[in-house]
Design a protein around this ligand. Structure first.
Ligand code: CP
Ligand code: NVA
Length: 303
């Protein structure tokens, strides 16, 4: 059974194919061409954490492809506590054609995937956010014509979003640089996975955001405190002081540099209002691309 849990499970050719199909679906949607590739299919959506983009873009995407979606609040379905993950997976496999989940623990996804006879799609875990990574790459491709040879400077935490994007860049020939305070870089497990499955050439990690953006085509940022890390918020606010993507940092990047953010943004923390609302920011184009990227993923899994 094919799942969509981490971008590292996909080859460069898989990713390239998904991006091509996402671009095609985007054009088809703009032209209001009828598409029925998910006709008769039912996609479940389980969320253990809040979401705007992921939930709405999946629900819209399923509808646009002629299928039906079912929203299943995490606190009602009781993943792993009302019944075992294996029993849950084996049950819903009878009702649904695919299941999208946003979970606290990535292990929940692995536990379900091991027992599921329908595709499991990661709609964000503490480990990765592959749907976001794919939409990010689609946006880079749209902005520059290609992602190959482009430099993405991620200014922020070495988190779920950063891991997925770093892998996507590595697979497709883009350069990824992480700028973060000491102690917030990529963890050893990610480094080992990357070395074993992507490349021996690990993304550069620096502690100076100005050095990181010097040759950047894209500056990327995300919240400093991810969902589930709320207890660390005060500490993180202190530690990430000086890592805000603002006009001064943008001025240190090449003139053509674009700014991306997975959203939601904490304006005044990781990004300033003037950059968010300025001409370099492509975060809303990027948010829109979640829809098209995920439609391509669902077709790829369910075709
Ligand atoms: N970027 C993203 O996943 O947004 P949501 O948390 O709103 O789904
Ligand atoms: N890193 C953030 C991304 C939100 C879309 C989080 O996990 O909360």
């Amino acid at each position: 059974m094919k799942h969509f849990l981490n971008l590292i499970d996909l080859s460069g050719a898989d990713l390239d194919g998904l991006l091509t199909e996402a671009a095609r679906l985007k054009l088809a949607q703009a032209r209001r061409e009828p598409t029925a590739s998910l006709k008769g299919r039912v996609v479940g959506l389980v969320f253990e954490k809040p979401s705007l983009r992921t939930r709405v873009s999946f629900e819209s995407g399923v509808a646009q492809l002629g299928g039906t979606s079912l929203y299943l609040p995490g606190n009602e379905v009781g993943l792993g506590w009302r019944e075992s993950l294996a029993d849950f997976a084996r049950t819903v496999s009878n009702y649904l054609d695919a299941l999208v989940l946003r979970v606290f623990q990535h292990a929940t996804l692995d536990g379900l995937a091991a027992h599921s006879s329908i595709p499991i799609i990661n709609g964000l875990s503490d480990w990765s956010h592959p749907c976001q990574g794919l939409a990010d790459l689609l946006t880079v491709r749209e902005l520059f014509g290609t992602e190959k040879g482009k430099t993405v400077a991620f200014v922020g935490d070495g988190n779920n979003v950063a891991r997925s994007l770093a892998v996507g860049c590595g697979r497709l020939g883009a350069k990824f640089v992480l700028a973060c305070p000491k102690g917030y870089a990529f963890d050893d497990k990610f480094k080992a996975d990357y070395a074993a499955r992507v490349s021996a050439d690990f993304p550069a990690e620096v502690n100076d955001p100005f050095a990181a953006v010097q040759h950047a085509d894209v500056i990327y940022t995300d919240v400093w405190t991810s969902m589930g890390q709320e207890a660390e918020r005060e500490e993180r606010l202190r530690r990430f002081d000086g890592f805000q993507v603002n006009a001064k940092l943008l001025a240190a990047a090449p003139k053509h540099c674009k700014v991306l953010h997975c959203l939601p943004a904490h304006r005044g923390e990781e990004i300033s209002d003037d950059v968010m609302d300025g001409p370099a920011c492509a975060a809303f184009q990027q948010a829109g691309n979640r829809l098209h990227a995920q439609k391509a993923v669902m077709e790829w899994l369910l075709r």
